[in-house]
Design a protein around this ligand. Structure first.
Ligand code: PRP
Ligand code: ADE
Length: 176
């Protein structure tokens, strides 16, 4: 499937979860078997060469885990607060429509291990920056991140470039 065909599978819902937000919903993309599979293959090609894939709860688990399994790599879950049973490190961050916190097991990576980030969507970059910070704090080398959707108007790509993370995105939505 072409990137345009995949983009046509993303549903836009206005004013969710807050007035003024155009919510780009991947439910309809993953609800299409060929679309899901093509998206996972596209992401996997971008992060090949990494030694592990990290994905952020919850939508990052959908694509991150699938990409890791596709490449035969470990998957590192980066979770919302209070979910991991082990000792954790955490970071608070801001996103397009609120505040949140991410946590991970600091022992999940080995020193210098190249870990790529995979998520469904890049908006302000707050989530991916928080994940980068956590993974680096745990000792991982983070230089790549791949997303299904980029919202370039919100500047996430620029913010990740500033911390030396190269970004690839399968499609983007701009100007509305
Ligand atoms: O670039 P940002 O401004 O940080 O926004 C992008 C993040 O927002 C969404 O997650 P959300 O926190 O809504 O959680 P969910 O995956 O549990 O739906 C999305 O899945 C990204 O992780
Ligand atoms: N506009 C948006 N649509 C879907 N998920 C998002 N996460 C942050 N902004 C979003």
């Amino acid at each position: 499937m072409t990137p345009d065909e995949l983009k046509a599978l993303v549903r836009t819902i206005p004013d969710f979860p807050k007035r003024g937000i155009q919510f780009r919903d991947i439910t309809t993309l993953i609800g299409n078997g060929r679309g899901f599979s093509a998206s996972v293959e596209w992401l996997a090609e971008r992060v090949e060469g990494s030694q592990a894939i990290a994905g952020m709860e919850a939508r990052g688990f959908i694509f991150g885990a699938a990409v890791a399994a596709h490449l035969g790599l470990p998957f590192l879950p980066i979770r919302k607060p209070g979910k991991l049973p082990c000792n954790t490190i955490g970071v608070d961050y801001e996103l397009e429509y609120g505040l949140d916190r991410l946590e991970m097991d600091p022992l999940a990576v080995t020193p210098g291990q190249p870990v790529a980030i995979v998520d469904d969507l890049l908006a302000t970059g707050g989530t991916a920056l928080a994940a980068t910070k956590l993974l680096r704090q745990a000792g991982a080398a983070v230089s790549r991140a791949a997303f299904v959707i980029d919202l370039p108007d919100l500047g996430g790509g620029r913010r990740l470039a500033e911390v030396d993370v190269k970004v690839d995105s399968l499609m983007s939505f701009e100007g509305d």
